[in-house]
Design a protein around this ligand. Sequence first.
Ligand SMILES: [Zn+2]
Length: 93
Amino acid sequence: MAMASQCEKCQGEAVPAAQMRTFEHEGQTLHCLAFVSSCNVCGHRWKDEIHEAVNSHHVEEARAVATERKHASFDTYVGTASTNQSASESQPQ
Ligand SMILES: [Zn+2]
């Protein structure tokens, strides 16, 4: 009754591994993190249902961000230009 998954190839211990997942959503290409199980011994990777809940959460998050981005106008990014740093680079003399 071990919670940890085992590699189907070598029965090695599986550890969670993160990888980028790309998918389409309303014509946009989105990226999110997806967890898979990775064998500590032979490196075999596979989709594991123990990560499914987290992965689908990541997908939902990425979709939500994409939807917000779509509805938000560009002036979200205006107003962040408060550069107090005057370009005072110490010039070598
Ligand atoms: Zn293995």
